[in-house]
Design a protein around this ligand. Structure first.
Ligand code: NAD
Length: 224
């Protein structure tokens, strides 16, 4: 079945990438595309799922509007506080939501590798995350850098993990995870060339979400 997708933040960098990516797929259709001042209630009523790459405040407003209609959500906006996440959790009680600080397949693969590396290397190694993004990005560290750090910590790696951020130019996003011991250095780097990888992943999630209930991550989507 074709998923009817409302693109929230349709004039933004990611919103435009999602609309473009949808044109290349036969299993999703853009049923509404709205930005600031758009009518969320009417757009959600015409859609099965909304894809949100906006700002935390817009994410909160959208989650509340979606709850009334039980509209499914794919949320990629980063920099969410506990209050924003609470609004999404309330939506997740009545509709499915996928929330991911990074929808790229490549980054989600790196997440798995980082968990494995942290488990194998153990606490004698130091670890760091270094990320660089375009100068318009509002949150620092990036949501992806925090995901990567938490993946290491969650695997039992207990040393303090340094996270450093640089904002410059038009770089879509680069994350390097380094492990260092007296004997060796290991580096894993993911470089996003443009926003197509994020947009494609968000649409995979928008399609996957149908018929589910609760809060999911991109790792859940990729497990199938
Ligand atoms: P952007 O500033 O280019 O676009 C955001 C858009 O949201 C703008 O067009 C803005 O007008 C719109 N907007 C603001 N308030 C709104 C409202 N109330 N209703 C509807 N639209 C509203 O930003 P961007 O680069 O597209 O990034 C957007 C978000 O997505 C950021 O938080 C960024 O960190 C995140 N992001 C996530 C991923 C991922 O894979 N999860 C990838 C890239 C970016």
């Amino acid at each position: 079945m074709t998923a009817r997708v409302c693109v929230l933040g349709s004039l933004g960098r990611m919103g435009r990438a999602v609309i473009e990516a949808a044109q290349g797929r036969g299993d999703v259709v853009v049923s509404a595309a709205i930005d600031r001042d758009g009518d969320m209630a009417a757009s959600f009523a015409a859609s099965d799922v909304y894809v949100d790459f906006t700002t935390p405040d817009a994410t909160l407003a959208a989650a509340r509007a979606a709850r009334e209609r039980k509209t499914a959500a794919v949320v990629g906006t980063t920099g969410l506080s506990a209050e924003h996440e609470r609004a999404i959790a309330e939506l997740a009680q009545v509709a499915p939501v996928v929330v991911a600080a990074n929808f790229s397949l490549g980054v989600n693969l790196v997440l798995g590798l980082v968990k494995q590396a942290a488990r194998v290397l153990g606490p004698d190694w130091d670890a760091e995350v270094v990320e660089t993004h375009h100068k318009a990005k509002r949150d620092a560290p990036s949501g992806t850098a925090l995901l990567l750090r938490d993946a290491m910590a969650g695997a039992g790696y207990r040393r303090p993990i340094d996270v450093s951020s640089t904002r410059a130019g038009a770089i879509p996003g680069t994350h390097t995870i380094g492990f260092d011991a007296a004997s060796d250095t290991i580096e894993l780097t993911h470089t996003a060339r443009d926003r197509r990888g994020f947009a494609a992943g968000a649409l995979v999630a928008a399609k996957w979400i149908a018929g589910r209930r609760g809060w999911f991550t991109m790792q859940d989507v990729l497990r199938g």
